[in-house]
Design a protein. Structure first.
Length: 158
């Protein structure tokens, strides 16, 4: 069930957002392949996000949060990486919206903020990955104009 918010602000993450951001990371296990540990996926995301709360962080990227009525209801992290063909691109590591705040346009606003950040860095492409089984996210990204570029296959070995 979604809650209507009259005013939502998107801003860079702050130290006081840490707990709420770490809680939102649990949304990132949706659609994870059955042979992967969903808790390990969430923990990896939390560790990466935690790097943005350290005073001497070396990460060149950014994390933005959606704030509604004083509550963190969404998060997006964006960074750069080098594509195997050479160009540096922007890369969304995490995008999550609180379950009670879905389908209110927050995901699109966070995505747009990451796109703006990438443009400000002079980058031409913004890439991301999502689990093949996360059909909700795949439809969301396709509707936002993202196209599938690569398909990853995995075989579990005995």
């Amino acid at each position: 069930m979604s809650v209507e918010y009259s005013c939502v602000q998107i801003r860079p993450v702050r130290e006081e957002d840490r707990h709420a951001v770490m809680e939102l990371a649990s949304q990132l296990a949706e659609g994870v392949a059955e042979w992967r540990d969903p808790e390990a996926v969430v923990e990896a995301a939390r560790q990466w996000l935690a790097g943005f709360f350290t005073p001497t962080r070396e990460q060149p990227g950014a994390v933005f949060v959606a704030i509604a009525e004083g509550e963190v209801v969404g998060v997006v992290s964006v960074n750069t990486h080098k594509h195997f063909t050479g160009p540096v691109e922007a890369y969304i590591g995490e995008l999550a919206v609180a379950p009670h705040a879905v389908r209110m346009g927050l995901g699109r606003r966070l995505l747009s903020t990451a796109e703006d950040w990438a443009r400000q860095q002079g980058l031409r492409h913004l890439t991301l990955e999502t689990a093949a089984g996360n059909t909700t996210a795949r439809r969301f990204y396709a509707a936002a104009g993202y196209r599938e570029e690569a398909i990853r296959f995995t075989r579990v070995l005995d």
